[in-house]
Design a protein around this ligand. Structure first.
Ligand code: C2E
Ligand code: CA
Ligand code: CA
Length: 452
């Protein structure tokens, strides 16, 4: 990109006071209001030119603040601003929208396609990541960028709409593991519509018992006996069709409604187990998923305490599954949560172990009873030698730490045999059973030689 064409007017107005954690260091940026005004003027006068609105978010920035303190966080923001305002494209204005969200706008050079611009920014992000990760000792730091383009064929010439489109593309980028830079496209609005539709239907779905709890058996490797189950939610619409968790959990996590969904599932499970016990039927422990969103509210501890008081089931019948990412979000809070849940006498497992940035030292710091190896390790029917090494090392390490190991996603007899060979104590996966309805699960428990 040709820097000589860059019109870089960076005025001396500070970011809004309440968002300006980095204080005066970011003062060279436009205020967001000034940014919108400049962008609107530029759009009004753009003629045949194209304007790119580039919205960037620093993923896992909070981790830096929490781990190294605000001073280091501020230094990182300063570095980023310096870098953003001098890195190529024809920047006209830059602003901090809030916290670690920045927006800049500039003309796209003639001849450079929108896709080429995206690729260029993608590359810039990757280079920034290498540089920043080294400097700030954070292997998770990631720059996520959304780009919207305004040209003479655009549907809207409104500066705010252009920024909100770029922001929407940024949200899409943030959810992608690989791609850190996404161009806005009108089909994204469909995704938003779907999200709004789902989140607006959830309260009714809860009230009308459209959410159903399914149970996936857990099998003891040595005896091949049923020794527990994981509760997994399904949404059965009035027309009988099912909506699976992957299609609605991400939305309800964002809206915060996951707390109500989880509580609903917990209550269903407590009631189910209490009813079985009252009828003298056999039961096995059931594990409940704990969304990371609970960390910000922490009312879960009270809710669970009340459920134990109300249903009076033994604590050994309940286990909680927390994904490893929860611990990285906020280790201190996660520690508080795990300890609180543990204090009820319930077991706690680390879910999806190995799916993200596993932090091995967390295992020794937290009161974890079980680790659930993510099914990524079993992605192929025939186990790769490298996966075998990793699985056996994790199982061995767990054993030494006196933590039970469970492998998820077991689909073939070969995988199951290998897990037995290396001493992985529990298995869960389609090879044994898919998640089943409560009625099917009851039949299974009635048939099985289960004991608690
Ligand atoms: P998860 O906790 O890792 O749950 C295991 C997922 O793997 C389940 O998908 C299960 O059906 C699937 N699975 C089990 N065995 C196999 C296998 O052998 N092969 C394959 N390919 N898949 C297998 P499901 O039920 O669609 O749930 C997806 C995710 O949604 C769960 O992942 C969990 O993170 C979340 N989730 C489900 N129910 C709840 C809930 O009640 N509360 C919360 N917070 N999250 C939930
Ligand atoms: Ca789980
Ligand atoms: Ca899992």
């Amino acid at each position: 990109m040709n820097d000589s064409l860059m019109e870089q007017k960076i005025t001396n107005k500070s970011a809004p006071a309440e968002t300006s954690a980095a204080g005066d260091s970011l003062a060279e940026l436009d205020s967001y209001e000034a940014f919108l005004q400049k962008l609107q003027q530029t759009i009004n006068n753009m003629g045949d030119r194209r304007i790119a609105i580039i919205y960037t978010d620093i993923k896992h920035f909070k981790y830096i603040n929490d781990t190294y303190g605000y001073q280091v966080g501020d230094a990182l923001l300063r570095d980023f601003v310096k870098e953003m305002s001098t890195s190529g494209s024809h920047i006209i204005c830059c602003s901090r929208v809030y916290s670690d969200n920045f927006v800049s706008a500039g003309y796209v050079e003639e001849g450079v396609t929108n896709e080429a611009l995206r690729d260029y920014i993608h590359q810039v992000n990757l280079e920034r990541e290498i540089q920043f990760r080294e400097k700030y000792l954070n292997s998770r730091l990631k720059f996520c960028t959304g780009i919207s383009i305004v040209d003479k064929n655009s549907r809207s010439f409104d500066a705010e709409t252009a920024v909100s489109n770029a922001n929407l593309a940024r949200k899409v980028a943030k959810e992608m593991e690989e791609d850190c830079c996404v161009l806005f496209d009108h089909s994204m609005m469909e995704g938003i519509k779907r999200e709004v539709e789902i989140t607006s239907q959830i309260p009714k779905a809860i009230a009308n018992h459209e959410l159903k709890v399914y149970y996936q058996p857990k099998i003891e490797t040595e005896s091949l006996k049923l020794i527990g189950a994981e509760a997994l939610v399904r949404w059965q619409k009035p027309d009988g069709s099912f909506v699976y968790p992957d299609q609605f959990i991400p939305f309800v996590e964002r809206s915060g409604q996951i707390v109500d969904v989880d509580y609903y599932v917990y209550r269903e499970v407590f009631r189910f187990l209490a009813d079985r016990l009252a009828a003298g039927s056999k039961v096995v422990p059931v594990s409940l998923n704990v969304s990371r969103i609970h960390l910000s509210k922490m009312s879960i501890l009270e809710y669970v305490r009340d459920l134990f008081e109300e249903y009076r089931i033994p604590a050994e019948l309940i286990e909680f599954e927390l994904t490893e990412s929860i611990y990285l979000d906020n280790t201190e809070r996660a520690l508080e949560l795990v300890t609180g849940l543990h204090n009820f006498g319930t077991k706690v497992s680390m879910d999806d172990f190995g799916s993200g940035f596993s932090s091995l030292n967390l295992l020794s710091r937290l009161p974890i009873d079980t680790i659930k190896l993510d099914r990524v390790f079993l992605k192929d029917d025939t186990l790769q030698e490298s996966d075998k090494i990793v699985i056996s090392c994790v199982v061995d390490m767990a054993r030494r730490l006196r933590i039970v190991s469970l492998c998820e996603g077991v689909e073939t007899p070969e995988q199951s045999d290998y897990l037995k060979e290396i001493g992985c104590q529990i298995q869960q996966g389609y090879y044994f059973s898919k998640p089943i309805s409560q009625e099917q699960f009851e039949k299974l428990m009635d048939r099985e030689q289960v004991s608690v």
